[in-house]
Ligand binder design. Structure first.
Ligand code: SPV
Ligand code: MG
Length: 434
């Protein structure tokens, strides 16, 4: 009689005795097939594993008792159960309550239809992969792993959600803040090192006056307390000869991408009033800067994204498209289309037209003025990265002014207390402050 088959769904990022236990137990029922969750199966539900699918597969297929490793492309077990029709599925009994109970119910229903059986084994107390991932997170990451994460997220998610950071504390917010929405945990995927908020927080104008070395000090603080990928706002990139050094410095530090804009002359912030007109760089000159940057980079994963300022400069969507195509030909790994128009219609027109020509080159948007547009709409337009470019800094300033005014008005700080985080909380905010 043919050997029975047993199915086990796994992420396989951290292999601990609890997993070995379930594999050993599963193997006693028959040939154990591991359904290894792909990045895209995981990404909508929790943060990406540290190891890539291929790395996780290489580890899991060596574990004694594992006969075969197949990809599980979906968060739900059902598609793979229907495909492989196992006699058994094995799972820890920690899925009885919470959001996983839905997954459990559909597994029972599917296995009953297939004439199979669900084996539930007591999960190993104190050993749970998610808890271990949390502990691992406290140990940090490496520049190489962090750098590669942006490309993995792009491959795994319909849209990558980025929030501005300007110091370690704002980095911690991107790292940890999450909300529960329709039974899913929603959080930010990475950080935007903004020239506007970096210079504003230093009391300087956003005119490329803060150099890379100074900005890197701030980024180092952020790198030290976070693990998520960083996209660096490289302004115009400076002279092409200087840009190649910027690329290498960012790579060395584990930054995932730089975005440079096709403007010339003294750089001003793009959202300045309509009277401020900036000249666009000649197409060939900017294309050459991109090519030089691409030739200079050491890793495969680093991304150079070309930022199109045509719409900001009052030019047409056609001009922006013409430039976008030239920059992609020059080697740009993505394009960022910027506008200060309030409707977002010009951005939409650009994205739809660009997508007809390049189906896979990532598009980045920065919806500061057209902020009524939603992530769902951006996905429909073919956008891959949305950057909320300045919100944490803009939120913090009025909060601080309010407290300063309250202290002045009352001649004491008691009335400002409800506006402030409790002292106990601030002391506990940073791990290691005991
Ligand atoms: C920044 O955040 O510094 C940017 C985006 O470059 S914007 O301010 O919209 O130009
Ligand atoms: Mg900027």
């Amino acid at each position: 009689m043919a050997m029975k088959t047993v199915y086990l769904g796994l992420t396989g990022d951290i292999i601990h005795p609890g997993i070995i236990n379930i594999i050993t137990e599963g193997a006693t029922y028959g040939n154990l097939i591991v359904g290894l969750l792909t990045d895209s199966a995981i990404a909508p539900h929790k943060r990406l594993p540290y190891l890539t699918f291929e790395q996780r597969k290489a580890v899991v297929q060596q574990i004694k008792g594992v006969v075969e490793v197949v990809p599980q492309e979906d968060w739900s077990y059902v598609p793979n159960l229907l495909k492989y029709k196992p006699d058994y599925i094995i799972h820890g009994d920690d899925w009885m309550t919470g959001p996983e109970s839905k997954i459990r119910a559909e597994v029972f229903e599917t296995m009953a239809r297939l004439g199979g059986e669900v084996i539930e084994i007591p999960y190993t107390k104190g050993l749970n992969s998610s808890a271990l991932v949390e502990q691992q997170r406290s140990l940090g990451t490496t520049p190489e792993i962090r750098l590669g994460t942006l490309r993995r997220l792009l491959a795994a998610k319909p849209i990558v959600r980025i929030l501005e950071v300007h110091h370690g504390l704002s980095g911690l917010i991107v790292e940890h803040v999450a909300v529960q929405k329709n039974g899913e945990t929603v959080s930010f995927d990475g950080m935007w090192s903004s020239s506007l908020t970096d210079s504003t927080s230093k009391g300087k104008p956003d005119i490329e006056a803060v150099d890379l070395t100074t900005r890197l000090q701030g980024i180092t603080d952020i790198l030290e307390c976070t693990t998520k990928p960083i996209i660096y706002d490289g302004d115009t990139g400076g002279l092409a000869e200087h840009f190649v050094y910027t690329v290498r410095t960012l790579e060395r530090n584990g930054v995932s991408a730089v975005i440079i804009e096709d403007k010339v002359g003294l750089k001003k912030n793009s959202l300045f009033g309509t009277d401020v007109k900036q000249d666009l760089a000649p197409i060939e000159e900017f294309s050459e800067k991109i090519s030089m940057g691409k030739r200079a980079q050491v890793t495969k994963s680093f991304m150079i994204i070309a930022r199109l300022e045509a719409l900001i400069a009052g030019q047409s969507v056609e001009e922006a498209l013409k430039r976008a195509f030239a920059y992609v030909e020059a080697g740009a790994d993505g394009v960022m289309i910027h506008s200060k128009e309030k409707s977002g219609d010009d951005i939409k027109a650009f994205c739809l037209a660009f997508r007809k020509v390049y189906s896979h080159i990532p598009i980045v948007v920065v919806p500061t003025t057209y902020n009524h547009r939603t992530e769902e709409e951006f996905i429909e337009w073919g956008v891959n990265i949305v950057i909320y470019a300045n919100h944490l800094l803009r939120a913090s300033y009025p909060a601080m002014v309010n407290v300063a005014q309250s202290i002045l008005e009352h001649g004491r700080s008691k009335e400002a207390d409800p506006l402030c985080m409790p002292i106990k909380e601030i002391l506990e905010l940073i791990p290691g402050t005991k």
